[in-house]
Every structure is written in C-alpha cells, then in structure tokens.
Write a protein that binds this ligand. Sequence first.
Ligand code: BTX
Length: 249
Amino acid sequence: SAVEYGLDAPFSVEYHDSIPSTNARARDLAAEGASDVVVLADEQTGGRGRLDRDWHSPSGGAWLSVLFRPDVPMAHAPVFTLAAAVAVTRAAREAGVDASIKWPNDVLVRRGEEERKLVGILTEMEGEADRVSWVVVGIGVNANVDPADLPDEANPTSLSAERGEPVDRRLFTQRLLEEFDSLRQDTEQVVEAWREYATTLGQQVRVETPGGPIEGEAVDIQFPGALVIETESGTEVVSAGDCEHLRPV
Ligand code: BTX
C-alpha cells in the first residue's frame, strides 16, 4: 500500500496501487514539465520492456520510473541505464540477494551456469543531440512476487524467492533511489562501479549489431556504456543501444 512507501527519497514520489505503466506516466509528467519525480506502483497492467515487449508486473513488485533532466548530450544517456543497474544491484545485495549485471541492462542471479532474471531496465529520453531534455529510467524489480507468476522463458526470479522471505520494499526502494541519485550526479563513477558487479567481462560473447554479429571476449566497458570485445580480427566497441531513442524535438 501507499503507507508502506513512506519514502524519504531524493525525488518526489507519486505512488499508484495500480497503473498501466510507470514509464508512460513519467513520460506524461515530462511533457507537463516535471522533473525529479519517481512514479512507483505496486502493480502495472501494461508494463513494457524494450522493443515494445510485455513486462509482467503483478502486485508485490517494485515497479518504478525516475524522471529527471540531466545536463548531458544525448549520446551520454546510456550511462543512466548502467547507473540503474548498479543501484539496483547494490540494493539487492544489501537485501541479501547476490545479484550481478549482464551487459547492458540485465540484473540477474546466477546459480552455476544458470542465470535468473531479477530486474528489467528501460530508459527512454527526448531532446536534442547536444542536450537531453528529459530521461525516464524505468526499473522493474521482481521484489515480492512469485516467479511462477512470471513468464517461464525468461527464467525469472524475485527478491522474495531468493531470500525465502519478503523484502522490505520501502527500505529496498529507498536504498535503490539513494544509490541512483548519487550515481546520476557523478557519472564518472558509474563505469568503475559497473565493472565490480559485471558477469560479462572475461566471457566469450556474441552480440547482434546492425552491422552483423560480433563474437569474441568481452574485455571492458567504456563510458557511457559501450562493451569492448576482443575478436579474432581486432578490437570492437559495441554501444549499448538499449535506449529507446524517441524522435529529437
Ligand atoms: P526486456 O525487453 O529486456 O525484457 C522483456 C522480456 O522479459 C519479456 O519479453 C519476457 O520474456 C521477460 N519478462 C517479462 N516480465 C518479466 C519479469 N517480471 N521478470 C523477468 N522477466 C520478464 C526489460 O525489457 C525492461 C523492463 C522494464 C520494466 C520497467 S517496470 C517500470 C517501468 N514501467 C514500464 O512499463 N517498464 C519499466
């Protein structure tokens, strides 16, 4: 309930028991000129992932969107997706769940070879090349939800399933927002923090890019979020491309 969310956050918080999508609501608020707002919901009835995929958002999750107006060029915006991944990973670890990050925007829990999806992040933005007008970072955390209620094919998990008991969503969300607030203001620290939690580095990877697939060893990440891959024919730098770029206005 709203009472559970007595948040002391560095953002103003708009809470909904149920809403179609916190990202859609945050975009509407952006159009009205708002900033530094978090839209938070217990349940979403039309949650969205990347490429218009469905994001299942039953009651008990931590479904939230952060709207803010950073003074950065459009090309730097992917760093906020990484910042969200770092923030949520830290909050999950404090809650006793050993989460880690898979480039670019998956936060997951590993059990041996198996990877279980804990979080989805969807960043949307608008602005001009040299300056973002607004950014909405949508963070969907499977908090106190039963993974059996989530789509099987994603191999989902939740904080409560990993812990064996519910998480305090107020505390979890508070920590997540505090971390995110600090990272968004000092984006230089994001990449370094990201390296600490990444499962991707040192692994053999294959990435589909507009220019075709790239295969090799993931060796590093570069600001604002590109992956550096050592291939047989040399070094390739693949940009995150995880942001849904709305048309510049
Ligand atoms: P994605 O495109 O990487 O992942 C979407 C895919 O994940 C789906 O096709 C499905 O297979 C799987 N999936 C759907 N729901 C879940 C779930 N709850 N847990 C695990 N796997 C799932 C990731 O997109 C970005 C998701 C962002 C969600 C947040 S919630 C707050 C905000 N509001 C909103 O509408 N979206 C964002």
